[in-house]
Design a protein around this ligand. Sequence first.
Ligand code: F6R
Length: 240
Amino acid sequence: MKLIRVKNYEEMSEKAAALLGETVAKKGDSVLGLATGSTPVGMYQRLADAHNAGKLNLSGVCGVNLDEYIGIGGDHELSYRYFMSKNFYSLFGFDESRAHIPNGLAADLPKECDRYDALIEKLGGIDLQVLGIGRNGHIGFNEPDEVFLKNTHIAELDEDTRAANARFFERPADVPSKALTMGIGAIMAAKEILLLVSGSEKAQALKDAMTGDIDPRLPASILQLHPNVTVIADEAALQK
Ligand code: F6R
């Protein structure tokens, strides 16, 4: 794992946008694995600015998101589809038919998981996967478990994950308890992975992921086995 140390969130976002931009400059039709949450928002803003300034052309890429809550539709303001539209795609007028996110309202959820894996395969796999990390070491919604789950699956969200995400909801009880998430297989098959980490609350998880045992109880630790991972972490996240 290659580590890039940066001062703060702003620098992390700047560096991440520059690296992702390099990938897109080399391959205009890159398949980008994308994350939601607070971590990538600054990167998305910078990428959209670069596109709008004519310095980068994002119109040929495909977005494939990691996860979506179950029970919430794509037009619900707390859904991850809505999040992506608001924080990235609408900022540069992206054709959202090129943006893929699991459907949390699918009537047959196991079938939706299979559809999502087949879609990623049909797109030729992921060129660059952007990841954040949970305080408990989750990536996507691959939560601490006894095994690493390979395929897209239904995830039972940890109490810690629900507590961390409660900030987006009016009442903590409203945070969904289940989500659909890309599995470890598609993430690890990505040609390149960019793990973004900011803030002291992620420091222990980051240290364990980078230097601890490879253990499904700390899902991000599997990234040690990937040949092309770049971690961009700020001072607060590197304090352990
Ligand atoms: C989101 C996702 C999650 C987040 C993680 C960190 O699509 O897959 O793994 O990356 O929960 O969230 P933030 O960035 O809000 O701290």
